[in-house]
Write a protein that binds this ligand. Sequence first.
Ligand code: KG4
Ligand code: ZN
Length: 334
Amino acid sequence: MKILGIETSCDETAAAVVEDGCTIFSSVVASQIEVHKPYGGVVPELASRKHIEAIVPVVEQALTDADLAPEAVDAVAVTRGPGLVGALLVGFTFAKSWAYARGLPWIGVNHLEGHINSVFLTPTPPPFPFVALLVSGGHTSVYHVTGHTGVELMGQTRDDAAGEAFDKVAKMLNLGYPGGGIIGKLSKEGDPAAIKFPRPYLDKKAFDFSFSGLKSAVRRHIETHPQAAEKQTADITASFQEAAVDVLAYKLMQAARVKKCDHIAVVGGVAANERLREKVTALAREKGLSVHIPPIELCGDNAAMIAAVGYHYLKEGKRSALEDDVFSTTRMGI
Ligand code: KG4
Ligand code: ZN
C-alpha cells in the first residue's frame, strides 16, 4: 500500500510516499528555520502562513521524487496532533480534501507515534517489544512499545523537553536558533567535565524527567561567571550536554531493565545528537541490548514516519472522518 504522508505540526512542511510502512519512495521536508530565526523561536502565525505557501509544492515534489502519479497513491496519512493548531490545520485540511477528492481512505495520526515508528524505516528495525526514548523539542518520554499502534507511556518530562533545554541554553549563550544542532557541534570542542552541572534523575526508579533545574543551573553559571561564558562557551555547552545525555541514557537503560527488554530505540529531533547516540550505543553494548536510532534525516520532523504509522492504522481498518479535527496537546492513539 502506497501512502502519501503529510506533516505540518510545527515548523516543517513535509510530504512523503512510503510503501507498507517501511519503504521510503520519497521524503521532502521544507524547513522554516530562516523565517523564525530572527525571533529566536517558532512564531505560530508565521508557521501557519508558510505551511499554506509550501504545502502544494511540497506534496507535488514528493510525488515527483517517488515517480508516482496522484492516481497511484492508495491512501493518505496526516499528523493530527500534538502541535500548533494553526499549523496542524493546514496539513490536516489539505490531506482531508486531497483524499476526499480522490475517494481515498485517509487517517489522522499522532505525531509522537510517528516518531516511534521512524525506526521501522531503517534496514534493521527492532522486534517487539522494545523501549523507546522520544526526545524532541516538545516532548521527552519513555515508552514500552508492543506494537506499531498503541504504546505504553512509562514516564515523561514534568517541565521542559530535552530539545527545549538545548534551545534555551543556546539562546542564553547567543549561539543562534535552533540551538540543539549548534550545541552538539560546539560541544565537540569543549570539556564535558569542566563544569559539574546537576544530573536531574528525580526518583531513580521512575521515568519522569525534569530539565528546568539543569537549565537554571546553566543560567546561574553564566551569570556568576560572565567572562567564562564568553571564553569557555564550548566547555559550558559540553558540560550541559553531558548532564542531559547522562540522564536520558540512564532512564532509557533503566526502562529496558524494568521491562526486561533486549531492544531499545531513541527517536525525535534530539536523537540526532552525536553524544547521545554514542552514549546510548556504548551502554547498550555493555548490557547486550540492540540499539535502534534512525538516520539523522528521520530524527527531526518528517512525513515518512507519519505515512509509516498511518499504514498500520489503515491496515487495522481505522479511518478518519471528514468531521474529525486536530488536537494540540499530548495524547496517544489516533
Ligand atoms: O522532533 P523535532 O524535529 O521537532 C519536534 O517534534 O519538537 O525536534 C526538534 C528539536 C529541537 O529542540 C532541536 O534543537 C533538537 O530537536 N535538535 C537537537 C539536535 N538536532 C536537533 N538537539 C540536540 N542535538 C542535536 N544535534
Ligand atoms: Zn517531532
